[in-house]
Design a binder for this molecule. Structure first.
Ligand code: GN1
Ligand code: MG
Length: 376
């Protein structure tokens, strides 16, 4: 796309950051459900690419703390990579760098009510909306494992809780109950199905939070949103080289990340599919992904961590369905939508996926045991 009149405002925002040259082009990037993103090509030499993003303030009440977390994570990982005997050996690993604003050197810019940031683009790599092979799933798992490994010695106290209640399933249930109480007009067979689905799993919802409260699972720094499209694979080699979309980096349970990554990658039709009947959880992709994850992360996993893996896989797909369903009932306030029933359709997909996970529980548990003994 070449630049048109309407892009003038965006270009001027991009150029308010400390770029190495003028903006040559700017176009929309990716399919995020929360923020708006653009890829900015900047004149060189050398010509460089950046990602310009407007953070969703309805979701992130303290975007300044989101940026503080991103800087803390970046500094920590850069330091670990620079150490002699880096845990990655010769493997390439990138962390998007934050570009500061020209006028006040802050890592963001506020313009016309918008909160903007600009970060470097991970070059010679791309991400995918769907996983297409077991090899790819393994790499995504290695990517998440390396990410966790690199931040496993970053104290969670160094990170602010920028999204209180994020992935705390009982909190989503409370919100759901409140929204439902105010939406008596919501009827229809899909709605009834979703409501019954949620009721049947109500008692399961606190499984991870109870493990945290009892001390069996502990808080660590997490990515928060490691869905397949946030894992960058190197062009050519196909190796994972970066995790992007670092807005949700904060203290949490690594099980949120593992569950989220698996619910995203092992759903071959993807979370936007309309082919509900065909939605299933692919155990072979799960085996490949978890195998890759453990190859990088088994060193810091405890017995209790392993014991809660299945619950995490089941819970996070259920939780995302619950979040989509609640947003549908609330009038689509949180996730960006393209049509009136979009969030309902997304909820049905996640609930279908949850059912598929549930019926395959014995197979998934056996597979986790097998990987666990291999990693021991
Ligand atoms: C949102 O914005 P995006 O697409 O990276 C959401 C995730 C969901 C995901 C589902 C902050 O992520 O939790 O898993 O949609 N992010 C936030 O696609 O709520
Ligand atoms: Mg995100």
């Amino acid at each position: 796309m070449t630049l048109g009149e309407s892009d003038g405002a965006l270009v001027s925002i991009a150029e308010a950051f400390d770029l190495p040259g003028r903006v040559r082009s700017l176009e929309p990037l990716g399919s995020g459900n929360v923020n708006e993103s653009f890829v900015v090509v900047c004149d060189g030499p050398p010509v460089e690419r950046f990602v310009l993003q407007r953070l969703n303030r309805r979701v992130f009440a303290r975007p300044d703390l989101v940026m503080a977390n991103m800087l803390a994570l970046g500094e920590h990982v850069e330091r670990r990579l620079a150490e002699s005997g880096s845990p990655l050996g010769e493997r390439r690993w990138d962390v998007p760098r934050v570009v500061r604003s020209r006028s006040d050197q802050r890592p963001w810019l506020e313009r016309e009510g918008g909160f903007w940031r600009l970060i470097t683009f991970v070059e010679s790599a791309r991400s995918f909306e769907l996983v297409s092979s077991a090899e790819q799933a393994r790499e995504v798992g290695i990517g998440l494992g390396l990410f966790h490994h690199l931040i496993s010695d970053l104290s969670p106290e160094r990170l602010a809780d920028t999204l209180e209640g994020f992935h705390v399933t009982p909190r989503y249930l409370e919100h759901y109950d409140a929204v439902l109480a105010g939406a008596p007009a919501a009827t229809g067979s899909d709605i009834s199905h979703c409501r019954a689905f949620v009721e049947e799993r109500r008692s399961f919802a606190p499984v991870l939070e109870e493990a945290r409260a009892s001390g069996r699972l502990r808080l660590r720094p997490i990515h928060g949103d490691p869905k397949v499209s946030n894992v960058m694979l190197e062009a050519g080699s196909g190796r994972a080289v970066a995790l992007v979309d670092l807005d949700t980096v904060k203290p949490g349970l690594i099980h949120y990340d593992i569950g989220d990554c698996l619910r995203s990658c092992c759903n071959p039709l993807g979370e936007e599919t309309a082919d509900l009947e065909a939605v299933r959880f692919d155990v072979d992709l799960c085996r490949a992904l978890l195998g890759g994850y453990l190859s990088a992360a088994s060193g810091f996993l405890t017995a209790a961590d392993y014991d809660h893996l299945f619950a995490a896989i089941r819970l996070i797909s259920f939780e995302l369905g619950l979040r989509f369903f609640t947003d549908h009932l609330a009038g689509d306030l949180y996730f960006r939508t393209e049509r009136p029933d979009h969030n309902l359709q997304r909820a049905l997909v996640q609930f279908r996926l949850t059912s598929s996970i549930e019926v395959q529980e014995p197979t998934i548990l056996a597979m986790i045991d097998e990987l666990r003994s291999g990693a021991a």
